[in-house]
Design a protein around this ligand. Structure first.
Ligand code: DX5
Ligand code: ZN
Length: 232
């Protein structure tokens, strides 16, 4: 379960394949894997919870066959309970469900754990962190959105930094070292700020896939993250 035996959650870089070239998805994933990615962030949209559609179960199943990296499924969908099992069976290692559509967080976390995956809850920019924090001991990760979900390539919303600090402070006070993932508009120029504010999993889509050299951009990101202490 959630209470990690490690004193600090490890820093990890998670390229979001929403910004990859889908006509060459296998090559793109192999390229970021070779370039040092720690996991693959997989954005699922239903045209209802968010005003966009993206990829789903068959694509995740195919991706599973070509990478050993953990697959981090971010379900931006209105009825997650209907689909979590299919995503885990298709090969997702962690499942993020949004708190805005999750009336019973402990039950959802148990369901995901029983299926054998890591359980995470996502929080939209306009949603209070206190919707999730009371249930943190049931979770492996909290996902903080720093854009309004639905599209890659948006601007980082600075208020996410205060939310990150608040979450990491509360987790620390309760001696929980679960992962805190930041998702949306994370790039080389703000990755140090989100690390300082307490994030330890850094999703980046356009910040990585718009660059010509994935190895270089991820090495630069990792270097900044490694040299930035958490200041909360
Ligand atoms: C937004 C998605 C994000 C997105 C991140 O709805 O959840 O994962 O792909 O892309 P960038 O880093 O370009 O904001
Ligand atoms: Zn995402």
């Amino acid at each position: 379960m959630s209470k990690s035996s490690h004193p600090d959650a490890a820093d990890q870089i998670a390229p979001s394949i929403l910004s990859a070239d889908f006509s060459r998805l296998g090559d793109e994933i192999r390229a970021v894997e070779k370039a040092g990615a720690d996991m693959i962030h997989f954005d699922v949209m239903d045209g209802h919870f968010v005003p966009n559609l993206s990829i789903g179960i068959p694509v995740l199943e195919s991706v599973r066959k070509i990478t050993r990296l953990p697959l981090d499924a971010h379900l931006m969908i209105s009825e997650p309970a209907r689909y979590v099992e299919a995503f885990v069976k298709a090969g997702a290692n962690s499942i993020s469900v949004h708190c805005e559509v999750c009336p019973d967080i402990p039950a959802m976390a148990k369901r995901i754990h029983d299926l054998g995956a890591r359980a995470s809850i996502g929080i939209n920019p306009e949603t209070d962190a206190d919707r999730v924090l009371p249930f943190a001991e049931h979770l492996d990760m909290i996902l903080v959105m720093s854009v309004h979900p639905g599209f890659g390539g948006q601007e980082f919303i600075p208020a996410a930094l205060d939310k990150l600090r608040y979450i990491r402070r509360e987790l620390k006070r309760r001696e929980l070292s679960i992962d805190v993932e930041i998702d949306g508009g994370v790039k080389l120029d703000n990755i140090a700020d989100v690390k300082a504010a307490g994030a330890n999993i850094f999703v980046s889509g356009s910040g990585i896939f718009s660059k010509p050299d994935y190895t270089k951009i991820m090495a630069e990101m990792r270097e900044l993250v490694a040299h930035t202490p958490v200041k909360i």
